[in-house]
Design a protein around this ligand. Structure first.
Ligand code: GRF
Length: 197
């Protein structure tokens, strides 16, 4: 059987990471098995660390503060990812701006909690909520040198109801993230969609 290997990078609570473990790890799609072989975290206290351990994958902790420069950190990141020989790298709440060294050497996708190209960058949920956007949602995109700027490969939205409070709004966005990120991974790795990048 063909096995496709993925790496997941995260910085925070790791709910997207856990969702990927639940929906994809060691599961078979059209005769292709997907395996999360590597997880990497840049924060030693991130909640996602325990989640990764729970599924049997010990995260590699690379504390960016211990590297002299962004380039040095990314060089190490690329080395670790290359050594794992993965087919795809998934950024699931990995809060780092990546250098061209990373983007040129690693095929990666990212989940972002807005309808890109709207509301790039940190705090996108709060930004769109405060902007009173009528529609909200999440996007999966290829990672390139521009922050949240790579080609969008999956997106889903909902219409914001009048009086929707922030917690409901945020929960709707996360629900969409949990749906479209694993789907995008399967599309890329199993159905060979978007492979022409
Ligand atoms: C997600 O909303 C993701 O879109 C954003 O950071 C959040 C990560 O949450 N980039 P979690 O760590 O997956 O819970």
């Amino acid at each position: 059987m063909v096995t496709k290997k993925i790496a997941v990078l995260f910085s925070g609570s790791g709910t997207n990471l856990e969702n990927l473990f639940v929906k994809l790890h060691n599961k078979i799609f059209n005769g292709v098995k997907i395996e999360i072989v590597l997880t990497i975290c840049n924060k030693e206290n991130a909640g996602g660390i325990d989640k990764s351990l729970k599924y049997g994958v010990k995260p590699v902790i690379l504390k960016h503060k211990e590297f002299a420069s962004r380039d040095d950190f990314d060089k190490k990141l690329v080395e670790v990812i290359k050594n794992a020989d993965v087919d795809l790298c998934v950024l699931a709440g990995f809060m780092r701006i990546l250098t061209p060294h990373f983007t040129k050497n690693v095929k990666a996708i990212n989940i972002h909690p807005s309808l890109l190209p709207l509301f790039k960058g940190a705090d996108a949920i709060r930004q769109s909520y405060d902007a009173n956007a009528k529609k909200a949602g999440a996007s999966v995109h290829f990672v390139n040198e521009e922050l949240d700027g790579g080609e969008v490969i999956a997106q889903k939205s909902f219409v914001r109801e009048v009086n929707m409070n922030y917690e409901e709004y945020e929960a709707n966005i996360h629900k969409i993230e949990y749906e479209i990120l694993p789907k995008a991974v399967v599309e890329l790795l199993v159905n060979n969609n978007f492979i022409s990048r």
